[in-house]
Design a protein around this ligand. Structure first.
Ligand code: NAG
Ligand code: NAG
Ligand code: NAG
Length: 176
């Protein structure tokens, strides 16, 4: 009886040992396969604006509902609340489209005038999102302003939200 008990204990101990050994092997394998996860690029807030939209128009195109929504007015403020740029009105339209499944692909070209030196900036925003949740955009910015010239070399994103219409811009540091 005692002998049997001892063999059961030994059996259980051996089984546990095997399970432990195989678990250890698995975790060693997982360790061998894991990578050093890189840090995402840090983003710095640039400026934000409330946006006044014009008459909503659209048509059913081959990719979905193609939008024609004029952007009438937008004043871009920095973190201090100071206006740094204003939209040049009359030539900015949201030309994106909404797919049948409800994904919004934005396509907006903006012209801004910087308050500090009166120079211009061209911004093109291409993004993905959903009405009326949010829309994240890659932004290409070009300017001849000496004050804002470094933005020509920076990776910029914009977050658009819709209730009320609002856009905020963020830039990653430039490595060159
Ligand atoms: C947008 O409007 C809201 C509400 O009026 C205001 O609190 C906020 O400061 C405005 N944001 C900008 C960037 O102008
Ligand atoms: C931007 O500023 C102008 C001039 O101060 C003002 O008339 C306009 O309503 C502002 N636009 C927005 C969207 O706040
Ligand atoms: C976009 O802005 C909205 C409103 O501020 C915020 O709730 C949302 O988290 C932002 N999206 C991202 C990805 O930061």
């Amino acid at each position: 009886m005692l002998f049997n008990l001892i063999s059961v204990v030994i059996l259980v101990a051996t089984f546990d040992g095997l399970v432990y050994a195989s678990k250890t092997l698995e975790s060693l394998e997982a360790k061998a396969n894991s990578i050093a996860v890189p840090a995402p690029p840090p983003l710095e807030f640039l400026f934000a604006a409330n946006v006044t939209l014009g008459q909503f128009d659209s048509f059913e195109g081959p990719l979905g509902t193609r939008l024609n929504v004029p952007i009438v007015s937008a004043n871009f403020s920095d973190a201090n609340g100071d206006i740094v740029a204003r939209l040049i009105p009359g030539n900015t339209v949201e030309h994106g489209y909404v797919t049948a499944s409800g994904i919004l692909f934005t396509d907006i070209v903006w012209s801004l005038r910087w308050e500090v030196d009166g120079k211009l900036a061209y911004l093109r925003a291409l993004g993905i999102g959903k009405l009326p949740v949010q829309n994240l955009n890659y932004v290409q910015l070009e300017t001849d302003s000496e004050v804002y010239g470094d933005l020509n070399r920076r990776f910029i994103v914009a977050n658009i939200t819709f209730a009320p219409p609002h856009i905020s811009f963020f830039a990653a540091p430039s490595a060159f």
